[in-house]
Structure formats: structure tokens, C-alpha cells
Design a protein around this ligand. Structure first.
Ligand SMILES: Nc1ncnc2c1ncn2[C@@H]1O[C@H](COP(=O)(O)OP(=O)(O)OP(=O)(O)O)[C@@H](O)[C@H]1O
Ligand SMILES: O=C(O)c1ccc[n+]([C@@H]2O[C@H](COP(=O)([O-])O)[C@@H](O)[C@H]2O)c1
Length: 221
């Protein structure tokens, strides 16, 4: 059964860590990966860059990357980007039997029990978890989540393909230290940041002066 994988995020901006995770998932799962920018994250402050800028940076990041594409469905929907709503939409398109997975980082898994209708999401999707430096999931998960996902861990992509939804798989990719918070902060404070994002994304940030790029330093008093 083919596996359809969605990698949702704020991507403010997309960075090399996102790309490395997406490439590893593509190769390891033998599936194409849809990077899906959130319109209006339900759970965090308004992004530093508009949805249009964030999506354009994603377009630049995946250009020439086989098996990676951008899915704008949450931007088109426009309302708050709850993942349960997205998964219901995807199910309506793909049918009950298709194998669907959400790719998330370990920090997202640790907070999953706070997501809207999080338990119902397991009826609609698998989860592929990318571990993240400093955010181990080995030390245990929050109680309600831990009990709920007990027995759902798969050890291969084939196990995900064997059913439409309900399992979790650790991606097991090399850890990627990048975070969008760090990129934004470095741009704002004039520290080196170009090596943390694809070159075309760095050019876009500069051209559009996102995150304070190119801001003229105030004259010293
Ligand atoms: N370096 C990374 N390694 C593994 N997963 C990551 C990494 N960066 C982001 N992710 C995951 O990608 C998804 C989208 O991330 P997001 O767009 O919020 O980037 P971020 O770097 O976490 O941003 P911010 O620092 O603004 O919170 C989330 O599930 C997140 O856990
Ligand atoms: O649906 C929810 O309640 C929900 C709560 C937190 C995060 N999400 C989704 O998880 C993905 C990663 O979120 P973030 O904040 O790490 O960019 C992104 O697609 C969000 O829309 C979804």
C-alpha cells in the first residue's frame, strides 16, 4: 500500500534541519513527503513571516529535491490549522484504506496530548517521529500519551504500510541541531545564520528583509 506523508510546520523559516528530516523520511519510508505550512498555528504566537513568505521559502527549499513537495491546503483553508481538520480533509480525498502518516519532531510528540482531538488523530493517521537534540522521548512521555500509545510502536515502514492509521515509527535519522527560533534570533542580532538554511532561502530572507535582516544597526549613543 502506498504511504502518503505530510510534514506540517510553521516553517518560519524552513531550515536545513527540516530538509534533512524530510529527505531521510523520503528515503527511509520510500514515500514522497508533502511539506505543509500552517496558516495560523493554534498553539503559538503569530509567525515572524507571513504565510505567503513562509510558503515561498518552502518552494525554494524543495526546488530540485525529488520526492519533496509543498502542500498549501492549510493556507487555502485559512482558519486555524488544526491537524485533525487537515487529516479529515485528507481522508475524504484518499479514502478509508489509504495509509497516511504525519511526520513530526520529538518536541511535537511530547506535546501531542495538547493537540485538538489528539486521540482521534490516531484513527486517521500514523505518526513518524524525528528525534531532536535535547528532546529525548526515551525518558518517558506524558502519562496520558504514554498509556495511549503503548503497543502502537512499529519498527519498520512496512508495518505502517500494512494499515491505514494508528501506529508510530521512530525515524532514526542523524540528529539535526537547527531550529527556526535560532535562525530568527541570529538574523535579528546579526550573528552568522546563512549556513543554517538553503542558499535560496537565505537570499529570499535578505531580499525581503525578513526577521530584521539587513536592518541598519542603530548609531551608538
Ligand atoms: N532540527 C530538527 N530535528 C527534528 N525535527 C525538527 C527539527 N526542526 C523542526 N523539527 C520538527 O519539524 C516540525 C515543524 O517545525 P517548526 O516549523 O516549528 O520548526 P522549529 O525549528 O521547531 O521552529 P521554532 O524554533 O520556531 O519552534 C515540528 O514537528 C518540529 O518538531
Ligand atoms: O492540531 C493541533 O492542535 C496542533 C497543535 C500543535 C501543533 N500542530 C501542528 O504540528 C505541526 C508542527 O507545529 P510547529 O509549532 O512545531 O510548527 C504543525 O503542522 C502544526 O499545525 C497542531
Amino acid at each position: 500500500m502506498p504511504l502518503t506523508v505530510f510534514y506540517g510546520g510553521t516553517f518560519d523559516p524552513v531550515h536545513d534541519g527540516h530538509l534533512a528530516v524530510a529527505r531521510h523520511a523520503r528515503d527511509h519510508l520510500d514515500a514522497s513527503i508533502a511539506l505543509m505550512p500552517a496558516a495560523d498555528p493554534p498553539h503559538r504566537d503569530t509567525p515572524g513571516a507571513s504565510a505567503t513568505h513562509r510558503a515561498r521559502m518552502l518552494d525554494l527549499a524543495v526546488a530540485g529535491e525529488p520526492g519533496l513537495r509543498v502542500d498549501r491546503r492549510e493556507l487555502r483553508r485559512g482558519s486555524r490549522s488544526y491537524s485533525i481538520d487537515t487529516l479529515r480533509e485528507v481522508r475524504a480525498e484518499l479514502g478509508d484504506d489509504a495509509s497516511v502518516a504525519l511526520l513530526i519532531g520529538a518536541d511535537s510528540l511530547l506535546g501531542l496530548a495538547g493537540w485538538k482531538d489528539w486521540q482521534a488523530m490516531f484513527e486517521l493517521s500514523h505518526f513518524v517521529v524525528a528525534e531532536r537534540a535535547g528532546m529525548t522521548i526515551d525518558g518517558g512521555l506524558p502519562g496520558s500519551l504514554d498509556a495511549f500509545i503503548d503497543g502502537r510502536w512499529a519498527t519498520s515502514a512496512a508495518e505502517l504500510r500494512a494499515s491505514p492509521a494508528g501506529r508510530l515509527l521512530r525515524l532514526g535519522q542523524p540528529l539535526q541541531p537547527e531550529s527556526a527560533t535560532d535562525v530568527r534570533q541570529r538574523v535579528r542580532t546579526g550573528q552568522p545564520w546563512h549556513d543554517l538554511v538553503p542558499p535560496a532561502v537565505a537570499g529570499y530572507i535578505e531580499r525581503h528583509r525578513l526577521y530584521g535582516a539587513g536592518a541598519v544597526a542603530p548609531a551608538s549613543l
